[in-house]
Design a binder for this molecule. Structure first.
Ligand code: HEM
Ligand code: HEM
Length: 231
C-alpha cells in the first residue's frame, strides 16, 4: 500500500507494556470473573471456585514479584509516587504521563492488588460450615477460619466496587479523553514514547512455575480436615 501525503507521517510505536503483564491482566479478568461466577452458580461448583481462585492467587503472586523485577513500566518504583504527586495530578497541575500508570491510577493499582491478595489469601483458609473449605482450613481453628471467611465475603463486595470503579475510570479516560488505554494494554504499544527493550518473558515463566510449585507443595503439606460444624 502506498501512503498519500494526506495520510500524514507514519507514527512509530514502542513497546510499553511487556507481554507477561498483559497476559497477567487478561488472565486475571477471567480468573476473577470465574471465581465470582462459580460462587454464585452454587455449592456444586465449588471445585471450580477453588481452581479459579488458585489461578488468581498465582497471578497476584506473579504481579507482586513483577513489580520488583519486571521491565520499567511494570515496576512499582516507576509509577508509585508520594501523596504530593497524587494531589498535583488531581489538581491537573501535572501532565498525564504518556506511558505507564498515572499517580492516581498507581494508587488504585496498589489498592486493587492488595484487595485481590486478601481475597485469594483468605479463600485458602475459608469454609462454608457445611462441606467446602480452602486447602489450608486444617491449619487453623474453626473460629479463625470463620473470621477469614467473613473477610473473604466482605472483601468480595469491596472487589465488586473496585472493579466497577476500574471500568468507569477506563471508560472515562478512553471514551472522553481518548487516551487509548485499552488498546495499549492489549497490543502493549504506544506511539511517541520511550519503549522497553524486552518483555523478560523467560523470567516471568520461571516466577510463575516457582509459584505453582510452592502452592502445590503447600496444599500437599496442609493437614487433611473436613468441615463438620453441623454434622
Ligand atoms: C479472586 C478470587 C476469589 C473471589 C473473587 C472469590 C469470591 C468468593 C465469594 C463472593 C464468596 C462468597 C462469600 C459469602 O457470601 O460467604 C466466596 C466463598 C468462598 N470461597 Fe472464594 N473467592 C476467591 C478465591 C478463593 C480461593 C483461592 C479459595 C480457596 C480455595 C476460595 C474459597 C472459598 C470458600 C471455602 C468459600 C466459602 C464457601 C461459601 O461460602 O460458599 N475462594 N468466594
Ligand atoms: C475482573 C475485572 C478486572 C480486574 C480485576 C482488573 C484489574 C486490573 C489491574 C490489577 C490493573 C493494574 C495492572 C498492573 O498490574 O499494572 C489493571 C489495569 C488495566 N485494566 Fe483492568 N481489570 C479488570 C477488567 C478490565 C477490563 C474489562 C478492561 C477493559 C475493558 C480493563 C482494562 C484495563 C486497562 C486499560 C488497564 C491499564 C490502565 C492504565 O493504563 O493505567 N480491565 N486492571
Amino acid at each position: 500500500m502506498t501512503l498519500s501525503p494526506a495520510d500524514g507521517p507514519a507514527t512509530a510505536t514502542a513497546l510499553v507494556w511487556d507481554w507477561p503483564l498483559r497476559v497477567f491482566h487478561w488472565a486475571l479478568v477471567l480468573a476473577v470473573a470465574g471465581s465470582f461466577a462459580t460462587h454464585y452458580a452454587g455449592m456444586e461448583w465449588f471445585d471450580w471456585h477453588r481452581r479459579c481462585g488458585y489461578v488468581a492467587a498465582v497471578l497476584i503472586g506473579f504481579r507482586l514479584a513483577w513489580g520488583f523485577v519486571g521491565p520499567r513500566y511494570s515496576r512499582f518504583s516507576s509509577f508509585l509516587r508520594g501523596p504530593r504527586a497524587v494531589i498535583e495530578h488531581l489538581r491537573g497541575r501535572q501532565p498525564y504521563p504518556k506511558a505507564g500508570h498515572n499517580p492516581v491510577g498507581a494508587v488504585s493499582v496498589l489498592v486493587f492488588l492488595a484487595s485481590l491478595a486478601l481475597q485469594t489469601g483468605t479463600g485458602l483458609f475459608a469454609n462454608d460450615e457445611i462441606a467446602n473449605a480452602g486447602p489450608f482450613y486444617g491449619w487453623v481453628t474453626q473460629e479463625t477460619s470463620n473470621r477469614l471467611t467473613g473477610l473473604h465475603d466482605l472483601n468480595s463486595t469491596a472487589l465488586i466496587v473496585l472493579i466497577a470503579m476500574h471500568l468507569a475510570a477506563i471508560a472515562w479516560y478512553d471514551g472522553r479523553r481518548r487516551l487509548g488505554l485499552v488498546r495499549a494494554f492489549w497490543t502493549g504499544r504506544k506511539a511517541g514514547v520511550e519503549g522497553i527493550r524486552a518483555s523478560r518473558g523467560g523470567l516471568a515463566l520461571v516466577i510463575v512455575v516457582a509459584l505453582i510449585v510452592a502452592l502445590t507443595l503447600a496444599i500437599r503439606a496442609a493437614p487433611e480436615a473436613s468441615v463438620n460444624v453441623y454434622f
